[in-house]
Design a protein around this ligand. Structure first.
Ligand code: FAD
Ligand code: 2HG
Ligand code: ZN
Length: 507
């Protein structure tokens, strides 16, 4: 067993490019099986036989069908090490045709599958629950075309977000989304989760930026909606079915994305703030003072930054404050933009909304500050188990849940912190405990979802429903909408082979 753990550690390291994730994963112990932890009953799919494996080896070749336990293990475990599946097969297709052949076969054999991109999802959607066959898109990583004038990029779904961003930056464009997992997550995973990220406030969500999609239905039919047009009102907007449906309605094989122009000037401010009410006042003021150049407005409380600084040994460029705000501008004139942000800083220091802060246009300093913000997500992993919540709330009530939870948990958690995308009304609440217990889980859930529902909020702002939240989806979805979701699932995937146990509550 210990050899297996060691091998697992090495394997995870070798597939991992993201620094934070590597640090976090090294202290590797196997999470409990999801089916046992959450008491799930296996649905009536067929079991994978050796004849099935032989078929996959025939169409993909031996080396793109993983069946060794130690090879398969990392693909069974999710990023926060909460979920563990029991798959014995990982398939690595290289083309849409191969994906189509795999799905056609699995559908006829009633074999369940789990589509997997970079496996950075935070709701357990990217790993199997039982023995679902993992279809991993890592090898579908080609850029197909880029129209440098319109900004339309067409690529395969397994392209890593950061690689795409580097590719288009060399051509004076940027990807319309950015997130801490960019070094590992794939554009197909981003599309499937409708990922939000750090600049949604400026560039909008993927339902707007994705121009077209090619996807494969459960029965192997390839659906070609891969237009790269900004405007196309020819009937139903079918691409949206695949955006945000977390691999339950089809498997995305290609994506056309609109890339905005590379900003000539980027400026970043990092500020200390006394209380959350002052953050709201600052947000209001930033929208007026910075106008069209505002590209991000993020917050983190002291506990979020302190845990990240301590656990990951990262520098905090300013002193300790109860809250922190990160304000970024994307514009075209460095002198003008940094002057605007500096003026904002001095005005709001005079008003008392900002206690202290720093403004920079130096790329290395910008990188250091963003790195601190982006590392919060993984900071608790070295300390124990992390419960993660990702909710939308009216801005007035954005931070209410954090102090409420601290009181409710009454010292049972090592730390409770809140941070997130203020500009999008989306807060992330992380509760770090020495280890997962059902008792703490039952204090948090459904309490948090009930509170969110009281404010007409969303129980998942950007991470999706995945495996962890289908039984809570009713807190945010009306029965009429839920029924239509079930009807669509039935139409697109009548045998239910695509990512079962995810998104939809039991049908
Ligand atoms: P995976 O995790 O592999 O899969 C996610 C879901 O999509 C699963 O249900 C899977 O079945 C499905 N899927 C994957 N690929 C396909 C495909 N080709 N076809 C069909 N279905 C597919 N999310 C945000 O929204 N905003 C953030 O700011 C953010 N920051 C993060 C920071 C860190 C450090 C981490 C670890 C995660 C963060 N996330 C964030 C969550 C996660 O990165 C996103 O959900 C991301 O879009 C997942 O992409 P992936 O390629 O890793 O997909
Ligand atoms: C972020 O904004 C991500 O950093 C991750 O969405 C949030 O892990 C989390 O709680
Ligand atoms: Zn986020």
């Amino acid at each position: 067993m210990s050899i297996m753990f060691r091998k697992l550690g090495i394997l995870i390291k070798s597939i991992e490019k993201n620094n934070i994730r590597e640090k976090v994963r090294c202290a590797s112990t196997l999470p409990q099986l999801s089916s046992e932890k959450y008491n799930i009953k296996r649905k009536q799919f067929s079991n994978v036989e050796s004849t099935d494996v032989n078929y996959f080896k025939r169409i993909l070749g031996e080396e793109r069908v993983l069946t060794e336990e130690t090879d398969v293990m990392p693909y069974n475990i999710d990023w926060i090490k909460n979920c563990r599946g029991q798959s014995s097969v990982v398939l690595k297709p290289k083309s849409t045709e191969e994906v189509s052949n795999i799905l056609k076969y699995c559908n006829e054999r009633r074999l369940a599958v789990c589509p997997q991109g970079g496996n950075t999802g935070l709701v357990g959607g990217s790993v199997p629950v039982f023995d679902e066959i993992i279809i991993n898109f890592t090898l579908m990583n080609k850029v197909i075309s880029l129209d440098e004038i319109s900004g339309a990029l067409i690529c395969e779904s397994g392209c890593i977000l950061e690689n795409l961003d580097n590719y288009v930056r060399d051509r004076n464009l940027i990807m319309p989304l950015d997130l801490g997992a960019k070094g590992t997550c794939q554009i197909g995973g981003n599309a499937s989760t409708n990922a939000g990220g750090l600049r949604l406030l400026r560039y909008g969500n993927l339902h707007g930026s994705i121009l077209g999609i090619e996807a494969v239905k459960a029965d192997g039919t390839v659906i070609d909606c891969l237009k790269a047009l900004k405007k196309d009102n020819t009937g139903y907007h079918l691409k949206h079915l695949f955006i945000g449906s977390e691999g339950t309605l089809g498997v995305i094989t290609k994506v056309a994305v609109h890339c905005p122009a590379l900003p000539k000037a980027v400026t970043l401010g990092f500020f200390g703030v006394e209380n959350f009410e002052n953050i709201l006042q600052l947000y209001r003021s930033a929208k007026t003072s910075l106008g069209e150049i505002l590209s991000a407005f993020e917050m983190a409380d002291f506990e979020a930054i302190n845990t990240t600084v301590k656990n990951l040994k990262l520098p905090n460029p300013i002193a300790d404050y109860p809250f922190y705000v990160l304000v970024e501008t994307h514009g075209s004139d460095e002198g003008h933009d940094s002057e605007k942000l500096s003026r904002f800083l001095s005005k709001e220091m005079d008003s008392g909304l900002i206690l202290d802060g720093t403004v920079t246009s130096e790329p290395a300093k910008i990188q250091t500050i963003w790195n601190l913000r982006e590392s919060i997500a993984g900071a608790g992993l070295v300390q124990g188990y992390m419960f993660k919540y990702d909710v939308s709330l009216p801005l007035r009530n954005y931070y209410d849940l954090v102090p409420q939870l601290r009181t409710k948990l009454n010292g049972r958690a090592s730390v409770v912190f809140g941070y997130g995308h203020v500009g999008d009304g989306n807060i992330h609440i992380n509760v770090i405990v020495p280890e997962y217990t059902k008792e703490i889980c039952s204090l948090l859930e459904p309490y948090i979802f009930e509170e969110v529902s009281k404010f007409n909020g969303s129980i998942s702002a950007e991470h999706g429903i995945g495996f962890r939240k289908p039984h809570f989806i009713h807190y945010s979805k009306d029965p009429s909408a839920l029924q239509l979701m079930k009807d669509l699932k039935q139409l697109m995937d009548p045998n239910g082979i695509l990512n079962p146990y995810k998104v939809l509550p039991d049908m």
